[in-house]
Design a protein around this ligand. Sequence first.
Ligand code: ADP
Ligand code: MG
Length: 638
Amino acid sequence: MTAEKMSFGADVSRLLDIVAHALYSNRDVFLREFISNASDACDRLRYESIATPSLTGDDNHFRIRILNDTKARTVSIIDNGIGMNRDDLVENLGTIAKSGTAALMEKIGNASGQKDKLSLIGQFGVGFYAGFMVADRITLVSRRAGDDTVWYWESDGKTGFTVREASKKEAKQLMDGRGTAITLSINDDASDYLISDKLLQVIKTYSDHINVPIYLGDGTEDDGKEEPVNKVKALWVRSKDDVTPEQYKEFYNNLSFGIDEPLMTSHWRAEGKIEFSALLFTPMLRPMDLYDPTRKHAVRLYVKRVFITDDCEGLVYPWLRFMRGVIDSEDLPLNISREMLQHNPVIDKIRNNVAKRILNDLDKLAKDDPVAYASFWGQFGAVLKEGLYDAFEHREALLKVARFYSTHKDGAELVSLADYESRMKDGQDRIYYISGENLETLKNSPQIEGFKARGIEVLFFTDTIDDFWLQTVLDYKTKPFQSATKGTIDLDRFGAEDKDSDAKEENPPQSDALEKLKAIIVTTLDEEVSEVRFSARLTDSPVCLVAADHEIDLRMERVLRIHQKYEGNSKRVLEINPGHKLILRLAAIAASETDPARLADAAWLLLDQARIVQGEPVPDPTGFARRMSGFLERSLAA
Ligand code: ADP
Ligand code: MG
């Protein structure tokens, strides 16, 4: 029997190094991780034995046994689940395959102090390797259901591990000759885990809901009358009244391998055309893999209490992928194959039903606890908004729960579209918005000065996704969305500006002079802009750029250019503020026809200034600097 020595993957070594030093984090979780793996192993064999009954034979009594041996100073976790063959051992316990863990490792790598690293580990379980927080050696014996060979695996959690066939004596540790038996050699400073009461307390705290019975001890003392230490009944089929908040939290933490509390718990049973139970949690914080390009959800599918898969495409919409939990169908056949799950009408119905329910629950949360809802929106709003273009049938409900910052209270508060609607001015038939990356920049955008001055609310769209859903969602309750940075907007029909501005000239504008100035700007900037016009958008700023009616909106162009989806260079409209002091002075010079060269320079400076405010590059920085210096010099000489 030759033993093979192998090294851990680079990721595992780094993880183990951190785990080994995690002296003060919550070490109890190691048991939760092992029990969770054992329970998964039982679930998987239960599922496979539906198609291949010979895998379990007569022995369907799935269970987990925890043994403590104070003399040998070991704790063992034994299950009669699916088991692992040699390749499974090397693959599963020698490398890190999960994208979530990879992301966690990256975060840990970037964390500066040891303390930050520990808190990160505390927040996200590290699975099997958590065992090395309490043990300096872990040995494991396993037989994959249906195989003959029993394998032995051993590691000190430092550099690598050994795999070989197990001896007859070692193989005896398995229950019913299959599954996995893991033995931890407990460190001196973790001796409390050798005590039965401590183990009992940890199991009660973290694993009470586990679907498979857990036994503590070797079962010899009380022959036949042994009782499991957990409740065993699946949490999601219990009635809501029978589940305590602690049990929900514990279940959620097991699913998400985290320690945070769920922000919202949705537990219901659908009856009628389709029947299923669902227990779904909305996390407090973004899961690590939220922005993984696969947009995969993480909800587990059960059929009549039997675990089927945690990878059922289409069970949950991608824009609800932050949810964690379980859906247990009564309609699907137990022996359904993964292929049959694809495009299954039952799955489609469940997906829609779940989306309806969750959106409804979110709407309720928004009403009952606006603070919690604002926190939810900050974490997951951008993901939820993907649904606005993904799922037409839920659009209305999504628009109902969507929140935005706006000019109302100067961006201090999230507002709903219903709020916006209730504040619309008489005769206002559009919902105005401005989109850009940065809230502060948006708040100070020249293009919305005129709106603010007239008390017309403008929404701030700061997520990239906003520019995309706006392509398909054209209105809210028949009121079209209208970009404040695009097209002509007749603001004067909402009355004059309320607010006096310092930049305003006292004397009424000279329209002849202004027209002359405009003509000069048009001639000078002919190549650069598509139009020059007087604007009602502006109060404090002399100029701004907007998109022409039929052109692409300013920010959309930027986004598309970043993604290399757009090569064109659409010309903008330059709007000028006919009430601004600077513009009026220039108009006076234009009227006297004394200094055309200086006016041309001024036209260029105005355009470049508008570009800069917009966060866009100035195409000719040298020309800009030369003109700027010229003006400075003259104004200092005066
Ligand atoms: P996770 O459970 O999140 O996948 P772990 O580090 O806890 O990560 O376990 C890694 C893998 O090892 C599991 O996915 C599983 O394939 C395998 N494994 C661990 N424990 C057992 C067990 N008791 N029986 C069968 N397979 C197991
Ligand atoms: Mg695990």
